[in-house]
Design a protein around this ligand. Sequence first.
Ligand SMILES: NC(=O)c1ccc[n+]([C@@H]2O[C@H](COP(=O)([O-])OP(=O)(O)OC[C@H]3O[C@@H](n4cnc5c(N)ncnc54)[C@H](OP(=O)(O)O)[C@@H]3O)[C@@H](O)[C@H]2O)c1
Length: 331
Amino acid sequence: MTGGRLRWGLVGTGRINRRILPALAASPRHEIVAVASRDAARAEAYARDWKIPRAHAPYEALLDAPDIDAVYISLPNSLHAHWTLAALAAGKHVLCEKPIALDPDDVDRIATVAAAAGRHVAEGYMYRHEPQTGAVQALVAQGAIGELRGIAGAFTYPRTRAHDVRLDPALGGGSLWDVGCYPAGFAQFVAGAPPVEVMGWALTGPTGVDEMFSGLLRYGSGLIAHLDCGFRAVSRTWMEVTGSDGVLVVPSPFKPGPREELGLRRHDGHQVIVVEGSRELFVRQVDDFAAVVFDGAAPVVPLADSRAIVATLAALHASARANRPVLVPPA
Ligand SMILES: NC(=O)c1ccc[n+]([C@@H]2O[C@H](COP(=O)([O-])OP(=O)(O)OC[C@H]3O[C@@H](n4cnc5c(N)ncnc54)[C@H](OP(=O)(O)O)[C@@H]3O)[C@@H](O)[C@H]2O)c1
């Protein structure tokens, strides 16, 4: 870290990088130093196209570079835990794309190694850094809808890209890991705890991954959440939080725009609550990351939250396979 700036390396040339690169460039606490690919020519071309000073291949070469403080991991899902642990072993801070792991035990391993190394690891749930998410939680906590009674949410979109890593079971494909993690994580944040038991149903596609998924989540308080996600439906995202006295509707929970309107319907009428968000998404995520590293701020997405989301999704998959409800093992 030089002059209060985090020097970043990108592990992989994934499409999502195009959202992180402008965010890192927009903020004075970050400097983009290098990109790594499995393939040297691809790394060189990517560095040239995105004006990144240096290219490495393979990924290990970037992890070995002493002038890189933090890495952004945007690899297929099954590789997240491995490369997060490898980056920690090389002394780097890690921002890893969701889901950070496919098994809660791997999140425990990451947390143990990160604590021992004194390095920060965060999972890339950008929406958690946006003011709207905090506003929803605050409204519920302040009793705007009375007693919390139910949560529902969805994230679906039509998958059109051929040869997508999301269709490969060996790479952690499937809609639940890809986008089901969003309503599951949002519900966990609003409920203030992970579920204790889940039931899931999957519609499996020709490659063997779930292309549509529906789940019911039961919390210790008796609260029930339901979610659905998938690759074979129209693009849609929403969350709805129901209480004894009202219902709060969040039309764009996961990629909020600069001006969002929450709908609050109660016995006494309907109210629109305006929430100002970021003009450039992902900037708050990387700035909150820097605040943990430089200022000792509390992480916005602690690894304990990540672990609970991974445990919930793994239990939903286990339930769908077994066709029965499955308890979510506590941390
Ligand atoms: N937070 C968000 O809003 C958001 C949005 C989209 C995606 N994501 C997450 O970001 C991650 C990447 O998604 P993406 O859409 O960017 O994926 P992508 O375009 O398919 O890129 C994945 C990258 O991983 C590398 N890779 C390593 N092993 C691979 C393998 N066996 N097969 C294919 N690629 C391999 C490749 O880079 P090299 O070959 O150059 O090494 C490739 O460019 C996923 O975990 C996804 O969940 C997050």
